[in-house]
Design a protein around this ligand. Structure first.
Ligand SMILES: *Cc1c(COP(=O)(O)O)cnc(C)c1O
Length: 429
C-alpha cells in the first residue's frame, strides 16, 4: 500500500499517512519497535549511516521506526516536508530554536504564550545566551517596531493557551519573511485539524503532542515540523545551516539535504546532543490518538461552544473569553483562520474574583482538577496559582491568567452533564 499523498482528505490521512502493514510480519497496526539499537549490514554500511551518507536506523536516541511513522504522519497532516519528534512540547521548542540561535541572539515572541513557555524562554534559554523580547502581537505594529538584526525568529501560538488569542498570522508571516527569518508557530491548541500554519506562511511548526494529538492524557511528547520552503542561504544569519558542520566532516546541512536540511540538522545535531528523544511506546499512543483527531476535535469544539454560551449567560460569571462567541474580540480572525472551530480550551472570570475562582474547582464533580489540556475528559484549573504561578502579576495578566481567571478544557463527554456540573458548582460557591 502506498502512502497517501496530500490529495487525500485530512480524515483519511490521520489514519493512513506514514504507515503501511509491517513488511516482515504483516501486522496491520504500527508495531512498537521497543529496541535501543539496530543491526548494521556490515562495517561499510555502519560507517555510511554514521556519516549521514545513507538513511537508516542506528541507535534509539536518533530515530526509531515507530517514531518515524508518527513523524511522517504529522508532517503530512501539517502539509510540511519533514518532522522530528521528541520527548515533550518543551523539548520541541528547544530543538526548534537550537539550529537557529547562537549566544547573544534573540527570539521575538508573542507575550500570549503558554505559561511554561514564557518561563522556558525567559529563564532556561537565557543560560544559553539566548534572549527573548515579548511583544503584544495582537497589534502587528508592535512586532515591526521592535524587530532588529539580533532576532533569529518570531515565535507565536496559533491559538493561545489559555486565553484563546488568535493573531493575524498571515501578516506576521509577511513581517518574518521580509526580515528573512523563520516564523515558528506553536500549533498545539488548534491541532492540524483546526488550523494549518504553513498555508499562511509559517516556516516551522511545534506541537506539544501531549495535548490533542495524543488526546487521552496518557503520554508526553513533542514535535518540530518544517515547511521545507525557508531559504537558509538568503542571509548569513544561520551558520549552523549554511556553513560546514565540524562534527560531520564539514557537511553543509542546508546544501546536502535541501528542503529537509533543518530537520536533518535537528536530528543529527540537536537531538543527538541534547538527547530529548521520544519513546517508541509513546509514539504508538500518538499514532493511535491521531486516528481519531478529527472526530475528537469536532466534538470538543461543539461541546465547548455550548458550555461557553451557558457560562456567558450565568449571573455569577463576569466574562467568557472564547473566540467561538460572536462578541469575542477574536471572532473575526477565527472565521478567517479556524472556520471549523476554535478548540475546547478557554477561560472565564467570576464576579466574586480570586476566592470564588478557587472554590468552583472544589465543587465540580465531572471536571478533573489537573494542569493538562486536550484530554477526552473535561478539565478545570486556576492558572494564576498553578501553571502561571512562576510569572509576575503583570505577566499573568498579560498572558490572560489574572487572579480571577478559571481555565477549562472541555472534553468529549455529553455537554448536558458538563453544564449541569458547572451549574451546581456555580450555585454552591
Ligand atoms: C503544554 C504546552 C506546551 C508544552 O508542552 P509539554 O508537552 O507539556 O512539554 C507548549 N505549548 C503549549 C501551547 C502547550 O499547551
Amino acid at each position: 500500500m502506498s502512502i497517501p499523498e496530500n490529495k487525500h482528505k485530512f480524515e483519511t490521512r490521520t489514519i493512513h499517512a506514514g504507515s503501511a502493514p509491517d513488511p516482515s510480519t504483516g501486522a496491520r497496526n504500527t508495531p512498537i519497535y521497543q529496541t535501543t539499537a539496530f543491526t548494521f549490514d556490515n562495517t561499510d554500511h555502519a560507517a555510511s549511516l554514521f556519516n549521514l551518507q545513507n538513511f537508516g536506523f542506528i541507535y534509539g536516541r536518533l530515530g526509531n521506526p515507530t517514531v518515524s511513522v508518527l513523524e511522517e504522519r504529522m508532517a503530512n497532516l501539517e502539509n510540511g516536508r519533514a518532522a522530528v519528534a521528541c520527548s515533550t512540547g518543551h523539548a520541541a521548542q528547544l530543538l526548534a530554536l537550537h539550529p537557529l540561535m547562537e549566544p547573544g541572539d534573540k527570539v521575538l515572541a508573542s507575550r500570549n504564550l503558554y505559561g511554561g513557555s514564557i518561563t522556558q524562554f525567559s529563564h532556561a534559554f537565557k543560560k544559553f545566551g539566548w534572549d527573548v523580547d515579548f511583544v503584544d502581537a495582537t497589534n502587528t505594529n508592535n512586532i515591526k517596531k521592535i524587530l532588529n538584526n539580533k532576532h533569529k525568529c518570531i515565535f507565536i501560538e496559533s491559538l493561545s493557551n489559555p486565553s484563546g488569542v488568535i493573531l493575524d498570522i498571515e501578516k506576521i508571516a509577511l513581517i518574518a519573511n521580509n526580515a528573512k527569518i523563520p516564523l515558528i508557530v506553536d500549533n498545539t491548541m488548534a491541532s492540524p485539524y483546526l488550523f494549518k500554519p504553513f498555508e499562511w506562511g509559517a516556516d516551522i511548526i511545534t506541537h506539544s503532542l501531549t495535548k490533542f494529538v495524543g488526546g487521552h492524557g496518557n503520554s508526553m511528547g513533542g514535535i518540530v515540523i518544517e515547511s521545507g520552503k525557508f531559504n537558509w542561504f538568503q542571509s548569513d544569519k544561520y551558520p549552523s545551516m549554511t556553513k560546514p558542520t565540524e562534527s560531520y566532516h564539514g557537511l553543509i546541512f542546508a546544501e546536502t539535504f535541501g528542503d529537509f536540511g533543518y530537520s536533518m540538522k535537528i536530528r543529527a545535531d540537536s537531538l543527538r546532543d541534547l538527547g530529548s528523544t521520544l519513546s517508541p511506546t509513546n509514539a504508538f499512543y500518538f499514532i493511535n490518538g491521531l486516528e481519531t483527531l478529527h472526530l475528537r476535535m469536532e466534538r470538543h469544539c461543539k461541546n465547548a461552544l455550548k458550555v461557553a454560551k451557558f457560562l456567558d449567560a450565568h449571573e455569577k460569571v463576569s466574562w467568557v473569553s472564547y473566540a467561538g462567541l460572536k462578541k469575542n474580540k477574536y471572532h473575526n480572525l477565527s472565521k478567517k483562520y479556524m472556520n471549523k472551530g476554535v478548540g475546547p480550551v478557554f477561560t472565564f472570570g467570576l464576579k466574586e474574583g480570586h476566592e470564588a475562582g478557587k472554590k468552583i474547582i472544589n465543587k465540580v464533580k465531572i471536571f478533573s482538577h489537573v494542569a493538562n489540556v486536550g484530554d477526552t475528559r473535561s478539565l478545570i484549573l486556576h492558572p494564576a496559582s498553578t501553571t502561571h504561578n512562576q510569572l509576575s502579576t503583570d505577566q499573568k495578566i498579560a498572558a490572560g491568567a489574572g487572579p480571577e481567571v478559571v481555565r477549562l478544557s472541555i472534553g468529549i463527554e455529553h455537554h448536558d452533564d458538563l453544564i449541569k456540573d458547572l451549574k451546581y458548582a456555580l450555585t454552591n460557591i
